[in-house]
Design a protein around this ligand. Sequence first.
Ligand code: FAD
Length: 345
Amino acid sequence: MKILVVTELRQGKWNNTSFETLAAAQQIAKGTSSAVSALVIGKGVSAFADELASKNVAEVLSIEHDLLEAYTPDGYCIALKQVIESAKPDLVLFPHTYQVRDFAPKLAATLGKGMIGDCVGYRHESGRLVFVRQMFQGKTAADVTFTGAAPWFASFQSGAFRADLLAAHPSGKAPVNSVTVSLSAQQIRTKPLDFFKEAKSAVDLTQAPLIVAIGRGIKAPENIPQAEALAKALGGEIAASRPICDEGWLPMERQIGSSGQTVAPKLYLALGISGAIQHVVGMKGARARAPSSPSTRIRTPRSSKLPTTASSATSSKSCPPSPKNCKKQSEDSHKLHLGIYSLLL
Ligand SMILES: Cc1cc2nc3c(=O)[nH]c(=O)nc-3n(C[C@H](O)[C@H](O)[C@H](O)COP(=O)(O)OP(=O)(O)OC[C@H]3O[C@@H](n4cnc5c(N)ncnc54)[C@H](O)[C@@H]3O)c2cc1C
């Protein structure tokens, strides 16, 4: 079987999910005696093609064209269709990025094929590949197979495979083959505008080796310093699920998940987080995860309530100025520490 991995560059930088998908392709290839080709597309991509050639791939296909400098669904589909028709891969894999969601189903449909998108794994069973996709917010998983003839199209979710397990080329470098595509300006029906600019992150959680993430189970903002102290003591960073950032309890740049950052620390402590799929996609690359559970429930002051507005989030209503109540909060805060530390044991 021939596997083609379509990698992604965004504003002159790799989308790291490309390497995760390449790692997935290498694993599939190992179990199915297949050959993996990696493809890079754009303008001025020779250095990126060389970098791909250092990985354990049979060849790198490099598509360069002035009209591919900026991404357009028409440009990418027309160019990739030509490459797929000439290279004849059996399986075409993509990282499941926003860009891939935009053009890959169209590409597959142009070739009269379907696509299995957003896969989290695969199995090789009775001579055929079975792809695994999550359904109903990750509550269940579906096994999906291709019924028609190749080429088959699939994309892998960010964090589904580990980029650090990507194997290097055994003899140093794979051949890089330039592919010429025929593309004219008239074929491109959209005009790319400026890139959507995400809020600039002051903190790069992607580099954190340990993350203490808090969710709605933390109950009140006055409990956050304890989690922050834990993160600091362990040499890690504090992060959060979306409701915490929506409430303004922590800045947006600390949000993990589909609309936040994607992280892959060595250890991810999730405190009071239910594990909704939109959160899990942002942290499932973590080597070890420790969720809070009924047996390690966080003890929070009884009077604490999750505010429904950001303004009430900043008020500290959970500890009225009575010495008894404050003592109670202090005891319960201690229990919160114990609850958190027990996750480590
Ligand atoms: C388009 C879209 C994008 C989204 N993007 C994101 C995203 O990027 N990131 C994200 O996080 N979410 C995102 N969400 C929201 C997501 O669906 C969930 O609603 C959210 O992740 C839930 O956050 P949570 O786990 O903190 O809260 P909850 O789901 O309310 O979970 C709280 C958990 O705390 C536990 N708990 C309660 N008390 C205690 C205690 N004392 N000790 C221990 N545990 C306790 C509860 O049992 C529960 O499991 C998105 C949703 C949509 C629709």
